[in-house]
Design a protein around this ligand. Structure first.
Ligand SMILES: [Zn+2]
Ligand SMILES: [Zn+2]
Length: 114
């Protein structure tokens, strides 16, 4: 009996991966999406935030994060890598899409489908 009770408790607190939806054993990999710093006008409280900043939790596997991006319709900058903090970059000509980049490279972004 003792064993089965412990199992139930563990299942109740299980963290699920935002990418593959499976339970994460151990420490999840947390990814935050930086708020879009207002470039053209100040943020307005009455507006919906454009992006949920997270944190999102994943297995320690880049493919889980990429699967999550793909489901959101985000693009991924292949000049960067999946890191704990991703920056959203507006995609020119497509106001509803974002490209996610770690922002650590100096050359132009190269967005590809995640
Ligand atoms: Zn996963
Ligand atoms: Zn980039």
């Amino acid at each position: 009996m003792g064993v089965s009770i412990r199992t139930i408790v563990k299942d109740n607190v299980a963290i699920r991966c935002d990418g593959c939806r499976d339970i994460i054993e151990g420490t999840p990999w947390r990814v935050n999406v930086l708020d879009i710093v207002a470039t053209e006008r100040p943020a307005d409280w009455s507006e919906q935030p454009a992006i949920n900043p997270g944190p999102f939790q994943f297995h320690s596997d880049e493919s889980c994060v990429r699967a999550w991006m793909a489901r959101r319709g985000d693009l991924f900058c292949r000049r960067g890598r999946v890191r704990e903090i991703m920056r959203p970059i507006p995609i020119p000509g497509d106001a509803r899409r974002w490209g996610l980049c770690d922002g650590l490279h100096r050359d132009a972004h190269e967005f590809v489908p995640a």
